[in-house]
Design a protein around this ligand. Structure first.
Ligand SMILES: NC(=O)c1ccc[n+]([C@@H]2O[C@H](COP(=O)([O-])OP(=O)(O)OC[C@H]3O[C@@H](n4cnc5c(N)ncnc54)[C@H](OP(=O)(O)O)[C@@H]3O)[C@@H](O)[C@H]2O)c1
Length: 351
């Protein structure tokens, strides 16, 4: 296969303050080299838009080093091997790994998101699912509900960002385990989606003026597990309803990510003392630390999907050029389900 002469890639030029702009991420066109010995070249097909992309661009203390200024923007993607000098990544194989925000990525084992993996052949599910329900997104939901939340039948579970990628799956898993599940989402349309399409028992609109009162009415028996994706005022409102011995699964705090590097809006958590009053626990976790559990989680999630007990939804943005707008959509709430960037059409010829 003839490789194209150039690669388009987003390079980080500046650490953003607030929303990401073209001054922060620059789209550059650079020569594309053939892979050297021990390398393989992947044509990126889809890149996952993750709230952590925003953290990686900042220099806040994190579980992974900040993206160095001048580097290709880090990202998790799926693609197809188009040239190879190694046996474990044959040409034509579909792979999952740290492609970054670029048209072509080198597999060289030095990737800071871990090793690339070859996806099963034939593919058991459409490619976007390997970044969503069957990927790091679904696995985060699985580990949070099973291991950290230890959700039991009859308990009340609240899930914030319930119409989003992780939240939508976490709520459905908790429901499958027999819990009463209350979502929190932005706006009536997303709340209707959470109840009518995803099967949550109730959903509370965090943008409503009387959000606190609506939440109180939705959790008359208190909250046993808070699957927390948002932080800030939304989390504070939930903490006020914790039951004795409740578990707070700290998956993420998206409301704080733009403020962590100098932007306005750091909220703190005013109700954190409720953990003491309710003898509750709160535990954070990072999905990438649990690679030894991925197989088990994917089997479980695949079983739910195959059995019609899990619905997955994707918002797909077309074209690498639109990466910045797509990234910002996580923070303005205009996506539903898993947000993905389609960099190339999997069915179109490579060059
Ligand atoms: N611990 C881990 O290993 C791990 C792995 C993956 C993701 N996460 C975390 O999980 C959370 C969800 O990630 P995701 O990929 O599933 O994203 P997502 O929920 O699909 O997208 C973000 C959603 O968050 C909500 N949101 C954004 N800013 C908000 C604000 N200021 N106040 C209230 N809601 C806000 C919006 O929903 P509404 O329109 O409903 O407001 C938005 O659509 C993030 O905190 C992320 O960091 C953790």
């Amino acid at each position: 296969m003839t490789l194209p002469p150039t690669n388009r890639a987003f390079r980080l030029r500046r650490r953003p303050v607030g929303r990401v702009t073209e001054d922060d991420l620059e789209l550059v066109t650079e020569p594309l080299a053939e892979p050297a010995d021990g390398e393989a070249l992947v044509r990126t097909l889809y890149v996952s838009l993750d709230p952590s992309n925003r953290i990686w661009m900042s220099d806040m203390p994190s579980y992974i080093a900040p993206v160095p200024l001048g580097s290709v923007m880090r990202g998790i993607g799926v693609g197809q091997v188009v040239a190879s000098r190694r046996d474990d990544f044959p040409v034509g194989a579909f792979v999952l790994g740290g492609t970054g925000f670029q048209e072509h990525a080198l597999i060289d084992d030095a990737n800071d998101l871990g090793r690339f993996t070859v996806l099963p052949d034939p593919l058991p599910a459409p490619l976007p699912l390997f970044l969503g329900a069957l990927g790091h997104t679904g696995i985060t939901a699985y580990l949070g509900v099973h291991d950290i939340g230890r959700v039991a039948p009859g308990e009340t579970v609240v899930v914030s960002a319930a119409a989003g990628a992780v939240g939508s799956i976490a709520g459905q898993i908790a429901k499958d385990r027999g819990a009463r599940v209350v979502g929190i989402a932005g706006g009536p349309a997303k709340c209707a989606h959470v109840v009518d399409e995803l099967g949550f028992d109730a959903c509370v609109d965090h943008r409503a003026d009387d959000f606190a009162a609506r939440l109180a009415a939705a959790v008359p028996d208190g909250v046993d597990v808070d699957f927390e994706n948002v932080g800030g005022p939304v989390m504070d409102a939930v903490l006020l309803h914790l039951n004795h011995g409740a578990r707070v699964v700290l998956s993420g705090m998206i409301s704080q990510y733009e403020a962590a590097d100098g932007g306005d809006g750091w909220a703190g958590q005013r109700s954190i003392g409720q953990l003491i009053m309710r003898r509750a626990s709160m535990r954070g976790f990072i999905v990438l630390d649990h690679a030894d559990r991925f197989g088990e989680a994917i089997d479980y999630l695949g079983g739910l999907l195959g059995g019609g007990r899990l619905r997955s939804h994707e918002t797909i943005v077309d074209g690498l050029d639109h990466a910045i707008d797509a990234m910002n959509r996580l923070f303005d709430g205009t996506s539903t389900g898993k947000l993905l960037l389609r960099v190339a059409d999997p069915d179109a010829p490579a060059a």
